[in-house]
Design a protein around this ligand. Structure first.
Ligand code: NAD
Length: 477
């Protein structure tokens, strides 16, 4: 099956485009082909969005919201089907996929609040007989470039808020998981949105570069790896566009000696191995403070070695496959690097590589230091590093040594330690006694340092600010 672009109301294969295979990572079977759209193909899609902008941006807010409610209803109705689609071409377990779709729908719920969110403000009598009013306007054609790891949720971080604010949108789904975006667009059309409000263009780096250079694209939302986020940020800014570019992560889970292992251990397993570690909020390094190592390592080893690895649609499976064979091999090479730099291999998931599909079992490396490759770089797979710290100060210093600052979380029974951590850790999403500090849709997804380039984050009121421009009117009668 060749996947098509959505150009206005028409599903169209770009002419003469090369293609890439899309796999079922649990079986290594090719299930579709995705076209790599060139600059001319991108131009056709952007023009369809630009043509729809004048009418859509003048459509009454209440009419836009009514369509958004219908879209939300269709997403709820198709939740199981969307989750199965995510599992089929991403690999995560069905439960994880359901969670992904649910979190995506929450952004649509938030977008349904547009009549409140899009309000401006006013100050009468700013000087004698003079009033000032602030209005919000859409910015034009917006484009979204999501990563492979949340094929439904991350597109939903982007286009619902953009279109409810009166913009039209071009979505470039991940070339590795393009089917989620396609199904969302079908449901979006079924909800009754006019042609051209949401368009889809498939491809990889060349397609993204054509969007970054296109004069009719006003704003770019990007989520992906740190180097590409930086490239997108600089290229989009150089061509005068608004940009929010979310990058990679290296997240630390600090475990204080007073933490209850019965809470901390399952939380660490969930954080490190959920979604097979392919999450920007995955806990990558567990920092055991003082005696915490004594109570953590044995239960972590026992539980991780018993986790059920297999196809995400099979009952009781806890860890699905990785996205591609090359990515799995890259993750495995980090395990080798860890061992050769002096880390201690506590659980080795590499024997599962011989299975059909792109599997790697949960792996734990102990005595990792912040200067080792595995202590510094994002691995993006089911590999947990354990490091040791003498006290909270040293643990915070380890977390803050990272060039990335997406998430950090602490397990403790001490309010003082929790507060100290919150105040001093340099991560934009901070957790206290939670495995994954994911903000709900009405808060921003607020990575720091190399995990984010831009000013306004995705979703929350930041999302509304990103997708609107403000006009201030000064009036004297
Ligand atoms: P990626 O950077 O390889 O790809 C992201 C998107 O950019 C895809 O749509 C891809 O087609 C496109 N792309 C790839 N290379 C490009 C290039 N050279 N120029 C222009 N576009 C390019 O990322 P991925 O492997 O799909 O996703 C995993 C990464 O995303 C991890 O680093 C993860 O931490 C990060 N991520 C971050 C967040 C966050 O909120 N900060 C959320 C999810 C994933």
């Amino acid at each position: 099956m060749l996947i098509r672009n959505l150009v206005g109301s028409e599903w169209r294969a770009p002419e003469g485009a090369a293609t890439l295979p899309v796999f079922n990572p649990a079986t290594a079977e090719v299930i579709a082909h995705v076209p790599l759209t060139d600059a001319a193909g991108v131009d056709a899609v952007v023009r369809a969005a630009a043509d729809a902008f004048a009418a859509w941006s003048r459509t009454a807010v209440m009419d836009r919201v009514r369509l958004m409610f219908r879209f939300k209803f269709l997403l709820e109705e198709h939740l199981e089907e969307l989750a199965a689609l995510v599992t089929r071409h991403h690999g995560k377990t069905l439960d994880e996929a359901r969670g992904e779709v649910r979190r995506g729908i929450e952004v649509v719920d938030f977008a349904c609040g547009a009549p409140t969110l899009l309000q401006g403000r006013t100050l009468r009598d700013v000087s004698a007989g003079v009033d000032q009013d602030l209005y919000r306007y859409p910015v034009g054609v917006c484009a979204g470039v999501p990563p492979f790891n949340f094929p439904v949720m991350i597109p939903l971080w982007m286009f619902p808020l953009a279109v409810v604010a009166g913009n039209t949108f071009v979505l470039k789904p991940s070339d590795r998981t393009p089917l989620g975006g396609v199904r969302l667009a079908e449901l979006f059309l079924e909800a009754g949105f006019p042609a051209g409000v949401l368009n889809i263009v498939h491809g990889a780096s060349e397609t993204v570069d054509a969007l970054l250079a296109h004069p009719l694209v006003s704003a770019i939302s990007f989520v992906g790896s740190a180097p590409v986020a930086r490239h997108v940020y600089t290229a989009a800014a150089a061509s005068g566009k608004r940009v929010q570019a979310l990058g990679g992560a290296k997240n630390h889970i600090v475990v204080m000696p007073d933490a209850d292992p019965e809470i901390a251990v399952p939380a660490i397993l969930n954080s490190a191995f959920g979604n097979a570690g392919e999450r920007c909020l995955s806990g990558s390094v567990a920092v055991a403070v003082g005696k915490a190592a004594d109570t953590l390592l044995d239960p972590l080893r026992d539980a991780a070695s018993k986790m059920v690895v297999g196809p995400g649609d099979e009952k009781d499976v806890q860890v699905g496959p990785l996205i591609r064979a090359e990515h799995r091999d890259r993750v495995a090479s980090y395990v080798e690097a860890g061992v050769s730099e002096g880390a201690e291999l506590v659980v080795d998931g590499r024997p599962l590589i011989s299975r059909r599909g792109f599997f790697l079992g949960p792996t734990i490396l102990d005595r990792v230091t912040p200067t080792m490759t595995v202590g510094r770089e994002e691995i993006f797979g089911p590999v947990l590093s354990v490091s040791r710290a003498a006290d909270l100060d040293e643990a915070i210093a380890q977390a803050n040594a990272s060039a990335l600052g997406n998430m950090a979380t602490i397990f403790t029974q001490s309010g003082r330690a929790g507060r100290e951590f919150r105040e001093r850790v340099e991560a934009g999403m901070t957790g206290i006694n939670v495995p994954i500090a994911q903000p709900f849709a009405f808060f921003p997804f607020s990575g720091w340092k190399g995990s984010f380039y831009g000013d306004l984050h995705v979703h929350g009121t930041d999302g509304i600010d990103f997708y609107t421009r403000k006009k201030v009117v000064v009036t004297r009668w």
